[in-house]
Design a protein around this ligand. Sequence first.
Ligand code: ZN
Length: 405
Amino acid sequence: MWAELSPIGRDASTGGYRRYAWTREDHTLREWFAGQCAARGLDLAFDRAGNQWAWWGDPDAVRADGSTGGVAVGSHLDSVPDGGAFDGPLGVVSALAAVDALRAAGLRPRVPLAVACFGDEEGARFGIACAGSRLITGALTADRALGLTDADGTTMAEAIAAAGRDPASLGDDPETLARVHTFVELHVEQGRALADPDAYDQSRSAVGVGSDIWPHGRWRIDVPGTANHAGTTRLEDRDDAMLKHAALVLATRAAATRHGCVATIGKVRVEPGGVNAIASHVATWLDARGADEAAVRRVVADVVGAAAPHGATVTDESWTGTTRFDTELVERLATTLGPDTPVLGTGAGHDAGILATRGISSAMLFVRNPTGVSHSPVEQADPADCHAGVAALTAVLTDLSEAAP
Ligand SMILES: [Zn+2]
């Protein structure tokens, strides 16, 4: 499976992946997934956001005990700009491999089982992460999504139509959600917790269970200044927005350190943006996250406090509180995987988090990442750890789908 996936959307100059929603590469990946599912005799269904669900067993069946709904495993195949090979695909490949492992062991699920492939998880093209899962849960409305534009000014509606799908079909999808009782997303870890010898026993911690997604938010900071000539204006006469911005970047870092969080300023827009002009305005964005909601709020409060003397304003753009995965499911996965299985939170958003907010029993498995690097071509996972991930997912699926000979 890796051999087939590896050339798709790979940029020869960077070695990174550029697999954006509703592009030719995205289409090729969806076709690849459909082919894998057909080869395994799974029944493929699209939902109203174009996410793919491949079922083993009838997802609409009512079981003898009156229960309904199945267990789904999977992840996404799209990427960030110049992303790594594992972020997303590891979860899809592992899910397909787990189905193969169940078959090889002669097991059949009693509870219907799906391999899911979400679209547009990274939001690399239209700017909204987890767009596929947000659409079917109603967290992102079809009206808003269809009007989003990419860097070339193409709307999502135009992109979906160009990909051969009907943009009018986009929308929330309670029928699909009703089929999914439980969702487990396996993902490469995007950090070094499992690889940290001080945190976990390296002989046993190739796979961990995700307990929650950290609270996170985005804020826009507007820093005022006065445009003037870079050559003729004396230093003491300047009102330089960029200089104030620099102070705020340092204050942000100090606040994050003080409160045990992470905070990032990685996007800046400068006016007038000339090499020989003093900046008259800087718009900049703060991304802050941490394990504790109150601590993240304190970071932002400190940034607001640092901004005020400069006349800068801080505006809320988005906030997502802690997303807790289903506690019982987390415990069940940890029990299945055995004693000393690491249970850890994550600072990254995932489709599993979106489904959890809609009441679907959700959790994640993380596979060790030796460097912790993600959203980069050098993202890595050792083959042995990937196989441990498949074995873990197979054990989890066997348990949750009540698979038996
Ligand atoms: Zn991902």
